[in-house]
Write a protein that binds this ligand. Structure first.
Ligand code: NDP
Length: 445
């Protein structure tokens, strides 16, 4: 039976666009439906604009540090609207490039909410399209808690469009988004408070690094209220009042929810076609990204495997190669590098010390705790911390974790070595590149 399209993709984010482009390159007739903007979370309201804000904010400390390097900078002043609007313009440019990619690959773009009607039919804006295969790549959205007044808070969707820089901001959560925006707003001059339900920041990260970020953030002047339960958000004439279970309260101009992200499943018609969810409430897929309905697949955050853009892209690519390119491909989830663009940033690949001890029993741990030379001259009392985890039996480096300037840039290169299964002896055999921070990686004895 001939369908309108060979592949119908729902969601034009990182995973959906890659799958569309590659499938079209393999000769498939492809349509992609998008209800907001082509590019998805990463490009439109995630990684990309966030990283640009991180760059923008960091000039604050660089300009301070510059004095110790002989620069006299008079009358520095920050204008939020300039940064916000320039970032928005860059997002518009990238949005256009993503659309061009789809157009150049002859992928039909349909703007509107898509609903799956049956295993081979999707409806967008009242029109039904048939397809041999359907790919769900709708991503995730910020979780909003069930607290009275929660609607007065904003999420990472809105934070890029604030009319003005808040004097005070409270960020709920202590994961990736919370720590990244805490760094940004603190450097831009806002009074920042992180509130979290546990006494941990960056749960799941190597604890020594998370602790280092906590110590440095507190020394910089970021406030933390940990082990707390927010009970109510009250709207005041000027700002918000947050009421906690311990009877205390905080007033703020902006409350930012950063409590994790939940799969976008609403209105997709999944119940009608019987697509099964997993115990996390995400779409359940096998190693080939196939759901329990044979013609329907899913990739990216909507499957809640690893919520990272490069993972969604790999999944989309593997799906397209497997289903339309005659090249069955599965994503390798081992040793996925990850970074937090906090101030200072963290980078990590492979196992934490605790994970490695559970897996191997005997491990060797190497740490380097040092003050980067730029910080020394700048009079900035912030130490970097690098940690290598080695399987004692094989001498393989099974984990690398670092916090300090440029940690994510350095970590990407280390990730190649860890993924390749290189040994500590091979790290040590590598000549140091002096003077750098990354030379610590080959000097840990
Ligand atoms: P995270 O999962 O990183 O952190 C969630 C935070 O919210 C934790 O501190 C957690 O507390 C707390 N929390 C979770 N659920 C609740 C709840 N029901 N009530 C109160 N507190 C809660 O989520 P983010 O929103 O920061 O980011 C979402 C995902 O997006 C990340 O996991 C990551 O995969 C991705 N991302 C990646 C980035 C990058 O690569 N640099 C940047 C931004 C996002 P606790 O852990 O203490 O229990």
């Amino acid at each position: 039976m001939s369908h309108d399209f060979d592949l119908f993709v729902i969601g034009a984010g990182s995973g959906g666009v890659r799958a569309s482009r590659i499938a079209a390159g393999h000769g498939a007739r492809v349509a992609v439906a998008e209800e907001y903007r082509v590019g998805g979370t990463c490009v439109i309201r995630g990684c990309v604009p966030k990283k640009l804000l991180v760059y923008g904010a960091h000039f604050a400390e660089d300009l301070d540090d510059a004095r110790r390097f002989g620069w006299q900078i008079e009358g520095k002043r920050f204008d939020w609207a300039t940064l916000r609007d320039n970032v928005a313009a860059e997002v518009d440019r990238l949005n256009g490039l993503y659309q061009n990619t789809l157009d150049n690959n002859r992928v039909t773009t349909l703007i509107g909410h898509a609903r799956i009607v049956d295993p081979h039919t999707v409806e967008v804006a009242g029109t039904r399209y048939s397809a041999g295969t359907i790919l769900i790549a709708t991503g995730a959205r910020p979780f909003q808690p069930d607290v009275p007044g929660a609607e007065h808070g904003i999420t990472s969707n809105e934070v890029f469009h604030l009319p003005e820089l808040p004097k005070r901001i409270v960020i709920a959560g202590a994961g990736y988004i919370a720590t990244e925006f805490a760094g940004v707003f603190h450097e831009l001059g806002s009074d920042v408070t992180i509130i979290n339900r546990s006494d941990t920041i960056l749960r799941g990260w190597e604890p020594a690094l998370a602790d280092r970020l906590l110590q440095i953030s507190m020394a910089k002047g970021i406030n933390f209220k940990l082990n707390c339960r927010l009970e109510q958000v009250e709207k005041l004439e000027t700002g918000l009042k947050l009421h906690f279970a311990d009877g205390k309260s905080i007033e703020t101009d902006v409350l930012l929810w950063a409590l994790g992200r939940v799969p976008n499943l609403e209105g997709l018609g999944l119940e009608d076609v019987g697509v099964a969810l997993n115990d996390k409430g995400a779409i359940a897929v096998d190693a080939s990204n196939r759901t329990n309905v044979p013609s329907i697949f899913a990739v990216g955050d909507v499957t809640d495997r690893v919520q990272l853009t490069p993972v969604a892209i790999r999944e989309g690519h593997a799906f397209a190669d497997s289903q339309f390119g005659g090249k069955p491909t599965q994503v390798d989830y081992r040793a996925i590098p990850s970074a937090v663009f906090s101030n200072p940033p963290l980078g990590s690949v492979g196992m934490t010390e605790a994970e490695a001890r559970n897996a191997f029993g005997q491990v060797r741990v190497y740490t380097s705790d040092f003050r980067p030379m730029k910080n020394v001259l700048a009079g900035r009392n912030e130490r970097a911390l690098y940690k290598l985890i080695v399987d004692a039996a094989t001498d393989r480096v099974v984990g690398a974790h670092m916090i300090g300037p440029d940690a994510p840039e350095i970590l990407q290169a280390v990730a190649i070595a860890v993924k390749a299964g290189l040994t500590k002896a091979q790290f040590d055999d590598t000549m140091a590149l002096h003077p750098t921070m990354s030379e610590e990686l080959v000097l840990m004895r």
